[in-house]
Design a protein around this ligand. Structure first.
Ligand code: PBE
Length: 286
């Protein structure tokens, strides 16, 4: 083969791999990681990751879960390179063919759990609701069903009510030993992350079925924790521990009571479409 032909073939190979953008993966995506809301623990862990892996020329673009999904959707439709902050459980792994970048330094922490946390004193004020909140426990599969139904367009409240109706036995273990009440108020704080929209609406439905008058308050992550500590909200089912919300927990630990995990085995990290050639966070280095 002539050198000329070899050069042409090599060039053609490079071009098809990079969807028209020249150079390294970093260059192709402008050294930009598509992030979510600034208060998310995931954003903080991503800053740490950039330091740990010395990704000096990389930045994280903040936005929200919806803007991250919109960017991902757009890139996938055009088969373009992209890297986003992601987590499991999330319906995006059902809808798209995705992979986590390997994290050999463990910057995103080990697998963790989602906890139910109440305002300190709430357990004495309303032991009945606390019992239900404490007994609330489900799996990533359960949550996945509610998330997917919402993602397909069902109203969150309706999706939650349907799941509760279809899962009487499981729900029965949550309400075991709890009394019906008549119109007692309870306020749950949450952030508009798909996982938390699903869990919070399910718990709200269960409490409503017991006679509670439930108010759901959608907040930013920082506001959610501050509101719980202040007592403007009674409970959250959205505390990702021990790593993701470690700073919030540390800041407010004297003002809240941790009722323990309601879902076990979550994961966080950098996520790319499967067609992207790189496999590890280390590969983000040019
Ligand atoms: N998340 C989803 C949240 C917790 C739930 C991973 C985006 C966070 O990073 O704080």
């Amino acid at each position: 083969m002539s050198m000329f032909l070899l050069a042409v073939l090599t060039l053609a190979g490079c071009q098809s791999q990079s969807s028209g953008n020249a150079g390294s993966f970093g260059n192709q995506v402008d050294h930009k990681i598509i992030g979510i809301d600034p208060g998310a623990g995931l954003m903080k862990l991503t800053d740490t990751t950039i330091k740990d892996y010395k990704l000096n020329n990389w930045t994280v673009q903040s936005g929200s879960e919806s803007t991250m999904i919109a960017a991902l959707d757009k890139a996938i439709k055009k088969k373009e390179p992209i890297v986003v902050t992601g987590w499991t459980p999330h319906w995006m792994f059902q809808k798209y063919d995705l992979k986590y970048l390997k994290d050999p330094k463990g910057s995103y922490g080990a697998s963790e759990n989602i906890h139910t946390v109440v305002h300190k004193g709430f357990e004495k004020e309303d032991p009945n609701a606390t019992k239900v909140l404490d007994q609330f426990s489900w799996t990533a599969d359960d949550m996945g069903k509610v998330m997917l139904s919402i993602q397909k367009g069902t109203d969150a409240k309706k999706a939650a009510a349907e799941w509760v109706k279809d899962n009487e036995d499981k729900v029965g273990t949550w309400t075991k030993g709890a009394d019906k009440v008549s119109g007692k108020n309870i306020k749950l704080g949450y952030v508009a992350w798909a996982s938390e929209i699903a869990s919070t609406n399910v718990v709200a439905t269960v409490l409503e079925n017991l006679g509670y008058n439930v108010t759901l308050e959608q907040l930013g992550a920082g506001q959610m924790w501050a509101g719980l500590a202040k007592g403007s909200d009674d409970a959250i089912v959205a505390a990702w521990l021990p790593s993701t919300h470690a700073d919030y927990m540390k800041q407010f630990k004297n003002k809240v009571t941790d009722l323990g995990p309601n879902l076990k085995g979550t994961k966080l990290g950098l996520v790319v479409p499967s067609y992207v050639k790189i496999n590890s966070i280390d590969d983000l280095k040019d």
